[in-house]
Structure formats: C-alpha cells, structure tokens
Design a protein around this ligand. Structure first.
Ligand code: ADP
Ligand code: MG
Length: 409
C-alpha cells in the first residue's frame, strides 16, 4: 500500500520551493465569460507551492519496511487486534518509530499526513500499559474531534483488553470526565484547556503518569495553548517518556522539543512537504469573479463526491455552508462557534457520507482521518504553508489518491 512513495529515513528539502512555477490551469468556466488570464499575482504568494501535478519524474525508491507487526515485541493479543483491524504491514513511520517507543525512548516522529502516526504511538503505548497496568499515558491534542478519534482508534487496538481511556475535552460536560478519571484509566486523551481545568480541580493527578504524547503540537501553539502545555507537563515526572508527532516542524516547535524532550530519537519519513498522493492545483478567480459560483460549479461535478471546503473565519464558514444548503447542496459546517455536540454531529454526517460537503475552519484540518475525501478546496487561502499542508492532508490518506484546489483571487 505504501510501496509507491519515496520514503526515506532522512528528511530532505522539498523540491517545491526550488521548482519553477509550472503554470496552473485556470478553472474559470468560459461560458460565464471568464477567460484564462495571465498570472499577475501578489508577490507574497508563492503559487507554485499550491501546485503538484503528481508527475513523478525521479526514480522512486521503494520503501521496504524493516519489520512486520509480527516482529515487534508486542503482546500477542495486541498483534491479533492489529491484524483484525486489517493492517498488513507497518507504515514507514510505524516501522521506524515503534521499536524506539517500545524501548522507552523519547521520539520525534515527522511523517506526511495520513501515514499512520496515531498507531505509531498507540500500539507501543498500549503494550506498555499491558505490561504494567499502573502506567498512565497522557495524549495532548489541539482539538476535541482529534481526541475523540484517537480514543476510538485506541479502542480498536485494545479490543477486549483491560485498558481504559478518558476523553477530557472542552465543550462537553465535566462531570462525566471526572467520573471517568476516578476509574483510573491508563489513557487520558484531551485538549490542554480542559486538562488544566481537571488538574486544578485535583481530579487529574499526573505525578505518576510516565508517558506523554504531543500530537499536532504546533497547532496547540498556534491556538495559544503554550502556557497550559507547560503547566501540564511540569506536573509530570521529569523522567517521563515524551513523544511528539506531526507532519510539519516549525522553529517554535523545535524550541518546544528542546524544552520538553530528552535526547529524542528523530524519525523523519517524508521526502516532500506534502504527500505525493495529493494532486494540487490552483483555481484562479478572475477580478470581479464570484468564488461562490465557482465553488458550486465544482460541487456539481460528479467526481466531487466528498469535499472538504476550508474557510478562514467561523462566521464565513457558517455563512458558506448555509448558502450551499439553500442552493440544494448537502452541506454541513464545523467551526469553533458550534457546540461540541453539533460539531461532532456535522463531522459524523460527513464521515458517513450523509452530506457531500463539509465546510470547515482550520480546526478540522488537524489530524482528522476521514475516509474517502475526494477533494479539499481552499475557498479562502490558508494563513501559512503549514496550515496548507495540514488542510490538504485530509485527502490522499492511507495510500489513496486525492485532489486539492486552492482558490486564488
Ligand atoms: P496521520 O496521523 O499520519 O495523519 P493516521 O494515524 O490518522 O495518520 O492514519 C491514517 C489512516 O491510515 C487511518 O485510517 C488508519 O487507520 C490507516 N492506517 C494506519 N496504519 C496503517 C497500516 N499499518 N496499514 C493500513 N492502514 C493503516
Ligand atoms: Mg495524526
């Protein structure tokens, strides 16, 4: 499944930055009177970064996993559950990271979106808690949906094994979370704000938690969680095992790694900024052109089966979803102004193919694993290149192909 990509152990600079602009097709429909226009664009946007025709010109090295799941020193029951989940062989990041995590080392794992980073930490940590039931593992993530998703994946690996998890996220009643923590779960999976709240109420005690995972930590920084994260980590034993996973590394994150991890093993199994499985292009919106009309035009095409549309603001996203619905599209929205219940409901409808379109803020860009997203459309430009990478990474996952379009005005 992962054979066709150019995975390697050493991270290399992407070819994108250096590549000359290859020219994006202008999708503006001619019958609306739009003409293919010249590319006079604001200098600050490097449009070539939004284009990847998925033409692979280099010889592709095959990634050959060093291990099979059977080779890892894992509890046989965990191995059986992995097999039951249908995982035949480890993905590159799992192949490289699992042995180090099993040895108790700190690990920084950088790998493209959709390549199985979750299992790279869940599988060995599940094993750790089976070896010693008093072990506590804290998983800190930026969004509630991601906490929920990781918990579900853990349940899949744990099956009927005696391992419990508490999901501790904001926007949901705290009472149930307190009750779940009283049962002394091995895994606590949550967002920084709520975790801190639970610590202050002294229902969450981290002094004997020996493992922490920071998934998508740069997003937590962007969301202003740094003080909460420091505060939470400072309550854990200094001798803990700390794991860090992301698809992107920023300078701020490097600082954080220096601060929180102890001589981490660095695993980087990406050769490009973005997975090669995602075909990317820009859609030039002519001056005076109407992005909304253009969007509807795309959504009407049969191949736009399951489309994640990104907008910049909560308000804009809500408005866009409403306008699409009013025009007969099956569309839902997910953003920070919605209650947790409504956010999860919208996401579930999209996951289960009950709606064609999910309009989202960047909150949905991190870590969410939604099967079969055919297209990601950046209706509004992302704020940073990292945000771009995470947004489009919602498609082209787990060996599948995907397409990403970025509207440029
Ligand atoms: P990432 O965190 O790297 O973006 P995820 O952990 O969300 O990726 O995994 C992406 C998808 O790949 C999920 O649907 C997951 O079930 C699937 N997956 C993970 N590991 C394997 C594997 N070894 N074999 C097959 N599918 C896998
Ligand atoms: Mg992930």
């Amino acid at each position: 499944m992962y054979r066709n990509s150019n995975y390697s152990r050493v991270s290399r600079r992407t070819r994108f930055g250096a590549r000359p602009y290859s020219g994006g097709r202008a999708y503006a429909p001619r019958r609306n009177g739009f003409q293919k226009r010249g590319y006079s664009l604001p200098a600050k946007i490097d449009l070539s970064r939004y284009i990847n025709k998925a033409v692979i010109t280099e010889t592709v090295e095959h990634f050959v996993p060093e291990h099979r799941f059977a080779d890892f020193s894992l509890d046989e029951r965990v191995k059986a559950n992995i097999a039951a989940k249908g995982y035949l062989e480890p993905t590159p990041v799992q192949d490289r990271a699992i042995p180090h995590v099993l040895r108790g080392e700190d690990v920084v794992g950088i790998a493209n979106t959709g390549t199985g980073k979750t299992a790279a930490f869940l599988i060995p940590l599940l094993n750790k808690t089976l070896l010693d039931r008093r072990q506590g593992v804290l998983v800190m993530v930026p969004t509630r949906e991601l906490a929920q998703q990781i918990t579900e994946e853990l349940r899949g690996f744990a099956g009927r094994l005696p391992v419990h998890a508490a999901v501790c996220v904001g926007g949901a009643g705290i009472g149930g979370q307190i009750a779940a923590l009283r049962r002394r779960p091995q895994f606590v999976i949550g967002t920084p704000g709520r975790l801190k709240d639970l610590l202050e109420r002294r229902v969450l005690i981290l002094s004997d938690f020996e493992t922490v995972v920071l998934d998508e930590a740069d997003r937590m920084l962007d969301m202003g969680f740094i003080h909460d994260m420091r505060n939470i980590l400072s309550r854990m034993p200094a001798s803990r095992q700390t794991l860090f996973f992301s698809a992107t590394l920023s300078r701020d994150i490097e600082k954080l790694i220096g601060e929180f991890l102890r001589e981490p093993v660095r695993i980087s199994v990406k050769t490009q900024d973005v997975a090669a499985s995602i075909e990317q292009d820009i859609v030039k919106v002519p001056p005076g052109g109407n992005k909304f009309v253009l969007l509807k035009e795309f959504l009407s095409r049969p191949e736009f089966e399951k489309v994640l549309v990104f907008g910049r603001t909560k308000h804009g996203v809500e408005k866009l979803a409403k306008a699409l619905s009013a025009d007969g599209f099956r569309a839902e929205s997910i953003h920070g102004n919605k209650t947790q219940g409504r956010r999860q409901k919208a996401l579930d409808l999209f996951k289960r193919d009950h709606v064609q379109v999910l309009v989202a803020t960047d909150v949905a860009a991190r870590g969410l694993d939604i099967d079969g997203v055919s297209h990601v459309i950046n209706f509004d430009l992302p704020a940073t290149h990292e945000d771009y990478v995470h947004r489009i990474g919602r498609t082209g996952r787990a060996g599948k192909k995907g397409k990403a379009l970025t509207f440029v005005e």
